[in-house]
Design a protein around this ligand. Structure first.
Ligand code: SAM
Length: 482
């Protein structure tokens, strides 16, 4: 029986409720009056506290996703863009993945790291290699990483992951520093989540892959990840362990996207109902070609237009949740979804173990790679491209370092203080990038952008201080934040 407050996976992701929501969406997909009401409910509203958005239930959002009336779809895209502007402005946060180890005991049929793949070389970084990778990432200009590892209690125990996090945070190379380490490792125990929390991680990210239990069990035929309930309930354990920024996601292409979409929002509603705070981020990965993996072997691939609609509907349904897109997607596809709600993207990524150190920007090792990277541009190129499109690439990590996690981050969003806080933080971290790592063309574009954007800080005191900090960065000081 469906119960968002239950701690049992099969009750908060109740299959019957997902199916009933899809049925309701199908019946109402041409109900103009209802769709207009839903769009109105989700629109940003001025309140005594600032700008607020009500969000949508999984049923309401499913109606939007099912709707194919052209003018209403256009309205959805406009609304997604308005919500994005209200809470995220034109800032796009940058990050890179760091693959620690591809040893894995699971048998995920879509992932080349699966245990039975004997053609892929297995590799695990030593602490010295972690250091070299981090230096290479710092030299590109990265400040925020997402660490990735297969699940293997012998080769990648929690102690190994913790040691890597410690190494990553300890490295100061020239003006470089990794200031936030997000962690994407397999579901684990409350005790291990506590250890990750104590190690100072940012977001704990775990993709559900698919919420459809029967498919999930077929796609994960053996290994610890086979256990649907243990995997689906991981975020509750993470929150119990003290991690209040968690990142959800499904791997689009495995199951029917409408099912995944409704269930993903039910998961978000569950976290809100039980822990009082929804997911910090939602990722939208799509299945990609990889060693031993042919995406065409899976029936549920989605085209770029459907993908864009999913992004827009997520943005409308959970307005305060960041949305992440990786280099799995091409430049063209990324361009489209940036406008519709994506707030974080990776740049210059390598998805192989040890893929950064010792390789030139245009060289990429494929032997231990997890999936093909579509967007192969360097970080400098992505930064310049974003600015040319009118976005502010941000390397900010301030919220979590200032303790603004979980619902404290949400209240910053709601009270509209973002323009006095996130906006200057984005400009200051961009300035650091321009001073330390940018090419001359990127620097020129960025300096002009910073000058213009500084004037948009509404609070006079904050504006004056931000200008002072930016001048100080030019003089060689680093790491200012609001
Ligand atoms: N091993 C951890 C786990 O099981 O959750 C997480 C790390 S794994 C390196 C990160 C994610 O990559 C997986 O959760 C999966 O969604 C995604 N992935 C796996 N194979 C992929 C493929 N062929 N194309 C795109 N993404 C893939």
């Amino acid at each position: 029986m469906y119960n968002p407050k239950s701690l049992k996976a099969e009750e908060f992701i109740d299959d019957a409720e997902v199916l009933a929501s899809l049925e309701y969406a199908e019946q109402n997909k041409h109900n103009r009056e209802l769709i207009e009401q839903i769009l109105e409910k989700a629109a940003p509203k001025k309140t005594g506290r600032g700008t607020e958005c009500a969000g949508l239930t999984h049923r309401e959002a499913s109606v939007l996703l099912a709707c194919d009336i052209p003018d209403l779809v256009e309205k959805m895209y406009q609304l997604a863009n308005d919500i994005k502007q209200a809470f995220y402005g034109n800032r796009i946060v940058m990050f890179a993945p760091l693959y620690l180890s591809n040893y894995c005991v699971n048998q995920c049929v879509y992932c080349p790291y699966h245990y039975q793949n004997k053609s892929i070389p297995r590799k695990k970084l030593t602490q010295e290699e972690v250091k070299q990778e981090v230096i290479a990432l710092q030299d590109m200009g990265h400040k925020r990483l997402a660490i990735e590892a297969g699940e293997d209690p012998v080769n990648n125990p929690i102690e190994y992951i913790l040691e890597c996090i410690k190494t990553i945070y300890s490295i100061q190379h020239k003006n470089g520093a990794i200031r936030r380490v997000n962690v994407n490792i397999a579901a684990t125990t409350v005790e291990n989540y506590k250890k990750l929390h104590d190690a100072g991680i940012g977001t704990y990210i775990l993709f559900q892959e698919t919420y459809h239990k029967e498919s999930y069990e077929k796609l994960h035929p053996a290994g610890p990840k086979h256990n649907y309930a243990y995997h689906t309930e991981a975020m509750d354990r993470a929150m119990e362990g003290g991690i209040d920024d968690v990142g959800l996601g499904v791997l689009f292409g495995l199951e029917l996207y409408k099912y995944e979409f409704a269930a993903l929002l039910m998961h978000a509603e569950h976290l809100e109902a039980v822990h009082g705070v929804g997911p910090h981020t939602i990722s939208v990965p799509r299945l990609k070609r990889a060693d031993d993996i042919d995406p065409d072997a899976f029936d549920n691939g989605i085209d770029d237009d459907t993908f864009a609609k999913i992004v827009a509907c997520i943005r409308i349904a959970v307005p305060y949740t960041g949305m992440i897109i990786s280099t799995r997607e091409s430049e063209q596809c990324r361009n489209k979804v940036l406008d519709l709600g994506v707030s974080q993207i990776s740049g210059g990524s390598r998805t192989s173990v040890g893929g950064y150190a010792g390789y030139k920007a245009d060289e990429r090792p494929h032997d231990t790679e997890q999936f093909d990277v579509s967007d192969q541009r360097s970080l400098d190129e992505v930064v310049k491209w974003l600015m040319d499109l009118g976005y502010i690439p941000s390397f900010c990590t301030a919220c979590y370092r200032e303790g603004r996690t979980g619902d404290r981050f949400m209240s910053l969003c709601k009270t509209g203080q973002i323009l006095n806080c996130c906006h200057p933080n984005a400009l200051m971290t961009l300035k650091e990038f321009l001073e330390d790592y940018a090419s001359p063309a990127t620097k020129e574009t960025g300096e002009k952008l910073i000058r213009e954007e500084l004037e948009k800080i509404p609070n006079e005191k904050a504006r004056k201080l931000a200008k002072e900090y930016i001048e100080n960065i030019h003089l060689g000081k680093r790491d200012f934040r609001f």
